[in-house]
Design a protein around this ligand. Structure first.
Ligand SMILES: *Cc1c(COP(=O)(O)O)cnc(C)c1O
Length: 401
């Protein structure tokens, strides 16, 4: 089989037979003319069921994840919701990684709970804690690695073993790693979910989500049948224009990830040496507890770096003082972003045991020149320093010297 970047450019991207256009046209149509009653010219009937532009993107992403089938949705959360509805039944229990996207937790604890779904949060880095959380009615395990925003690393093969032993499904949110860095299905996961809004789209100009499934039977049908039916009957599909943008982004994913990873690594090491920074969370650092595991599981360590500053005031000042690291939720675009997860992406966790520390800041490292980004971080650290009495900063610098 051809390599990643070759597949990224060609998989699912059928050239236009009528004009020879190198880029497949965007099939901006809701319906397809039938040659007779229920005689479909190319298998397409109505764009909720299938659309050539969406199909092309689904095939492209499925090839890169090494899956059996893929389904594109209007957002990452819509993809997650569709997958859960497709496979779960009232009374089921979910094991959910504690460190993960706040919206996933909200979806399960606020919406799916109304339909009789319960969940337990576990430390993603401890297989013992995963095993201890299994109940007779556990139907699904859900993990994100690297996790958001603490960049924890979960042992995917270990999680897959536990799921298999109990006849449960393992779902991996692969948004942070992308298929370029990590292919969860190769480690035994049954389904991968993506917010294609992030690295796959890659340019902060489109919302989207996807579910990629392995060839696996669950509760009397294949996962492809279950999720495919949910996509059609539930209807939260990705539109043609959004599918096109995601497909275009996906073609350059490998190139962009190389750059995101290299730059993030440089910035993480630089931050680690700064006296104002009390901790850097980046799996590429040898001091990261998940470093060895990430090195085995991933091709690179990703473009997200989180850091802890002295206190909340320093973190807030840092997050609001830079030029290129723009204060915003979301991540994975060519432009650098900074986020204050506790009150932005993970606000729904405040007051729960999963709340994010007040001194934590998350960076999505873009593809700008690394030196310009370091200069920007220097501005941020100067703003953080300005929140503190001079003597404290000096003591800290001496400690670290
Ligand atoms: C953004 C994100 C989601 C949700 O995706 P949307 O496209 O915003 O609906 C899910 N998981 C992770 C890891 C994310 O970063």
């Amino acid at each position: 089989m051809s390599g990643f970047n070759t597949q990224a450019v060609h998989a699912g991207q059928h050239k236009d037979p009528h004009t020879g256009a190198v880029v497949p046209p965007i099939y901006q149509t809701s319906t397809f003319i039938q040659d007779g009653i229920n005689v479909l010219r190319s298998g397409h009937e109505y764009s909720r069921g299938s659309n050539p532009t969406r199909d092309g993107f689904q095939d492209q992403l499925t090839a890169l994840e090494g899956g059996a089938s893929g389904f594109a949705f209007a957002s990452g959360i819509a993809a997650e919701d569709a997958l859960l509805r497709a496979v779960l039944e009232p009374g089921d229990h979910i094991i959910l990684g504690a460190d993960g996207y706040g919206g996933t937790n909200r979806l399960i604890s606020k919406l799916h709970s109304k339909w009789g779904i319960t969940s337990s949060a576990v430390d993603i880095t401890s297989l013992d804690s995963v095993r201890a959380a299994v109940r007779p009615n556990t139907a699904l395990l859900w993990v994100e690695t690297p996790s958001n925003p603490l960049l924890g690393i979960a042992d995917l093969a270990g999680w897959a073993d536990i799921a298999r032993e109990h006849g449960a499904l393992l779902v991996v949110d692969n948004t942070f790693a992308t298929p370029y860095l990590q292919r969860p299905l190769d480690f035994g996961a049954h389904a991968v979910v993506h917010s294609t809004t992030k690295y796959i789209g890659g340019h902060s100009d489109v919302l989207g989500g996807a579910v990629i499934v392995a060839d696996h039977h669950f509760r009397g049908q294949t996962l492809a049948e279950a999720v495919g039916y949910q996509q059609f009957a539930g209807g939260a599909v990705a539109g043609p224009q959004d599918s096109y943008l995601a497909a275009r982004g996906l073609k350059t994913l490998g190139l962009r990830m190389e750059r995101h990873c290299a730059s993030a690594d440089t910035l993480a090491r630089w931050l680690d040496a700064q006296p104002e920074v009390t901790r850097v969370y980046y799996p590429g650092l040898e001091s990261h507890p998940g470093h060895e595991l990430a090195a085995r599981q991933q091709r690179g360590f990703g473009g997200i770096v989180s850091l802890a500053l002295e206190d909340e005031a320093a973190a807030r000042a840092f997050a609001q003082s830079m030029q290129y690291f723009q204060l915003s939720v979301s991540l994975g675009g060519v432009e650098s972003l900074v986020c204050y997860p506790r009150e932005m992406t993970h606000a729904s966790l405040i007051g729960t045991p999963l709340e994010i520390p007040a001194n934590l800041v998350r960076l999505s490292v873009g593809i700008e020149e690394t030196e310009d980004l370091i200069a920007d971080l220097q501005r941020g650290l100067a703003a953080a320093r300005a929140t503190r009495p001079v003597s404290t900063v000096r003591e800290k610098a001496l400690e670290n010297a």
